[in-house]
Design a protein around this ligand. Structure first.
Ligand SMILES: Nc1ncnc2c1ncn2[C@@H]1O[C@H](COP(=O)(O)OP(=O)(O)OP(=O)(O)O)[C@@H](O)[C@H]1O
Ligand SMILES: [Mg+2]
Length: 365
C-alpha cells in the first residue's frame, strides 16, 4: 500500500503509523523501502511531530515546507533532511483514529486537494482493513480461550466424578454396609435389650455419618448457598468462614442470571483462598455493589502482594488466576488484579447488568 500511495501522489516516500491508544503514541508500522525495516522501532507521543498532531486532532495536514512548520519533529532514522514537503492524513474508522498515513517529497511542492483526497481515501480504506484484522484477531483469541476453558471443564468434570466415586465407595458405601450388619445384629438381639440398644445406637451413628458424608460430597459440586440464600449472603457466609484474619463484608443484594452468580461466587472463592494461602494478610474486605448498570465485586487484602507480571507469573504457579480470568471473560466481565509486593492485593470484577435475556452458560461454568 505504501508503494502505491507514493506512486499515486508522485511522492518519494510513504510512512504508515498506527496509534497505540493505551500508550497514547503512534508507532511506525510500515513504509516504503528502505524505511520498512524500521517498523516497530520509531515512535512519537500523541501530539508530537506532524504524525502525532494528526493522530491527536483527527485532521489532515498539508505541509509545503516542513522546516517552516513548528509541529515538525526531526527523527534522524527517517532521514528528515532528505525531504521537504509532506502531507499527512488520519486513518479513521467511524470517526476514531487508528493511525496516520504520511507521504513526503524531496523537492518542495504544494500538494493539491486531489492529492489530499486520494491520501485520505486510502488512509480510510487501510483503517478499515486494520480494524477488521484486529477484530478478527480478538475473535480468534476468544475462541482459543473458550476451547481451553472447555478442555479444562471436561478435565474438571472427570476429576469431580472420580472424587465423588471415591467418596461414595470409601465413605458412604462402607458405612451403609456396616449399618446393615449392625441392624442384622439388632434383629438377632431381640431377647437381649442391652445388646439391642447398643447395636441400634451404633446403627444410628453410622446413619448420621453416612448422611453427613453424602452432604459433604454433594457440597463440593455446587455452591448451594446461592440457591438457598443468593449471591450477597452467599459471599458473606463465604467470607465469614475465614478464620485468623479480620473480615470486612459490605455486600448488597443484586439481581443477576444464575450462571453469572456462580461465576462471581467461584471467583470470590478462589480470591479468598489465595488470600488465605499466599497473602499473610491481617485483614480482607469483600464488597459487592450494583451501580450504573453494572455489578462490581472487589476482594482486597493487606497482605504481602505479588508481582502481577503476565509473562512470568500466574500460569506457571497455578490455575487460580487463569481460571478467574476465564470465568470473567465468559460472563463478559472485566477483571483486574492490582498487586505489588508489600502493598496487598485488590481484585476487581465488573460485570454489566443484563439488558435482554442472556444465554445460560451455567452448564459450562
Ligand atoms: N492475595 C494474594 N496475595 C499474595 N500473593 C498472591 C495472592 N493471590 C495470588 N498470589 C500469588 O499468585 C500466584 C498465582 O495464584 P494462583 O491462584 O493462580 O495459583 P495458586 O493459588 O498458587 O494455585 P491454585 O490456585 O491453582 O491452587 C500464587 O502462587 C501467589 O504467589
Ligand atoms: Mg489459587
Amino acid at each position: 500500500m505504501a508503494g502505491l500511495v507514493t506512486a499515486a501522489t508522485a511522492s518519494d516516500v510513504c510512512f504508515v503509523h498506527l496509534l497505540d491508544e493505551e500508550l497514547r503514541r503512534v508507532v511506525l508500522a510500515g513504509a516504503t523501502p528502505p524505511f520498512d525495516r524500521l517498523a516497530g522501532t520509531v515512535q512519537l507521543a500523541l501530539g508530537e511531530g506532524i504524525a502525532g498532531w494528526v493522530a491527536k486532532n483527527g485532521r489532515p495536514a498539508v505541509v509545503p515546507n516542513k522546516w517552516k512548520d513548528n509541529r515538525y519533529r526531526y527523527i534522524p532514522e527517517l532521514r528528515g533532511e532528505d525531504y521537504t514537503s509532506m502531507m499527512s492524513a488520519p486513518m479513521l474508522v467511524r470517526g476514531r483514529v487508528v493511525g496516520v498515513l504520511n507521504v513526503h517529497a524531496k523537492a518542495e511542492r504544494r500538494y493539491g486537494d486531489d492529492d489530499l483526497s486520494m491520501l485520505t481515501q486510502v488512509a480510510n480504506l487501510m483503517a478499515r482493513a486494520i480494524e477488521n484484522a484486529r477484530l478478527y484477531r480478538r475473535l480468534a483469541e476468544r475462541e482459543e480461550m473458550l476451547e481451553r476453558f472447555a478442555t479444562r471443564t471436561v478435565e474438571a468434570q472427570e476429576m469431580e466424578r472420580r472424587r465423588l466415586a471415591g467418596e461414595i465407595h470409601d465413605g458412604i458405601s462402607q458405612r451403609l454396609v456396616s449399618l446393615w450388619y449392625h441392624l442384622l445384629a439388632a434383629e438377632d438381639a431381640q431377647g437381649d435389650p442391652d445388646r439391642l440398644r447398643r447395636e441400634l445406637g451404633v446403627a444410628k451413628d453410622l446413619a448420621t455419618q453416612a448422611l453427613s458424608e453424602a452432604r459433604g460430597a454433594i457440597a463440593g459440586l455446587r455452591p448451594f448457598v446461592l440457591d438457598d440464600l443468593g449471591l450477597a449472603p452467599g459471599l458473606e457466609s463465604l467470607a465469614r468462614s475465614l478464620t485468623g484474619l479480620e473480615v470486612d463484608v459490605d455486600v448488597e443484594p443484586v439481581s443477576l442470571p444464575p450462571h453469572v452468580e456462580v461465576a462471581l461466587y467461584r471467583i470470590a472463592q478462589e480470591a479468598l483462598q489465595n488470600v488465605v494461602k499466599h497473602a499473610e494478610a491481617s485483614a480482607v474486605a469483600v464488597q459487592l455493589r450494583a451501580m450504573d448498570g453494572e455489578v462490581r465485586l472487589v476482594v482486597s487484602d493487606d497482605g504481602r502482594g505479588f508481582e502481577e507480571d503476565p509473562a512470568t507469573a500466574p500460569a506457571v504457579h497455578g490455575y487460580g488466576l487463569v481460571g478467574m480470568r476465564e470465568r470473567a471473560e465468559l460472563i463478559g466481565a472485566t477483571l483486574t488484579i492490582a498487586s505489588r509486593p508489600g502493598t496487598g492485593t485488590r481484585l476487581d470484577v465488573t460485570v454489566p447488568l443484563p439488558v435482554g435475556r442472556a444465554p445460560d452458560l451455567s452448564e459450562k461454568i
